[in-house]
Design a protein around this ligand. Sequence first.
Ligand code: IPD
Ligand code: CA
Length: 270
Amino acid sequence: MSGVVFDVFSRELAFALDVCEQASKVAMKHFKRGVETATKSDGTPVTVADTECERLIRQAITNSYPTDRIMGEEEGETSAMTERQTGPSRRWIIDPIDGTYGYARGIPVWATLLALEQEGEIVLGVVSAPAMQEVFWAEKGKGAFRNGERIHASKLDDISQAQINFGSLNRIVIEGYWPGFSKIAQQTCRQRGFGDYLSFSQVFEGKAEGNLEVGVKPWDLAPMKVIIEEAGGKFSDLKGGQSIYTGGCFITNAPLHDLFLAMLFGDSPG
Ligand code: IPD
Ligand code: CA
């Protein structure tokens, strides 16, 4: 039953993969040359690649899906041609370059992120990381993939053998998650702060058991949610739900999810 319902996104997924490939070419061109950064009003960096890639993706969406809304990191929210809107409410969510800080410093761990949200649910997501020669994607109900190969979150259920990843340690401390996170750090066998898309994709692929991200935006999380779920893992926000709009998330494999959350929130002894 659900397979039939979700079939409708195959065309959009092909579109998303194609447009991310185009954006990745633009981003790679600038990456190879090197880019200057400017600072936005919120204090975060932006480069010519962020601006050009978002513009390219927006234009493609507007051409192919003029009744869909668009939200992007650099240009914000754009409403669709609502007078022509008849079907369900849909919104594309764009992060033209995830990992801009590293991108501008020549670190290859960056990606173009694109997701489609329908009636509040993320139904497809793409993470295109050309400098790492990998692209991840998932469509609701159809599994998760890396470069065309099906991927799965790990099945490990022994925390003492687990690897935990994290993004920004300072935010974990500032937002009050340090006591719980340090328990997790002490009970896992490896802790790695790759950050950006790579901390997530290792969990998608079963190379790590969890990734904690704090202080992020919906465009940093939108494709990650559907990809980890389709890989057989779990996505939780840090407010007791599964929203991409509450500023943080903990993605994990399935067996360790409840334990990791309980430890983070101090509900677990040890
Ligand atoms: C950043 C990355 C990073 C996270 C930052 C984000 P951006 O995205 O997602 O992992 O820790 O908070 O701002 O700004 O480079 O798209
Ligand atoms: Ca970005």
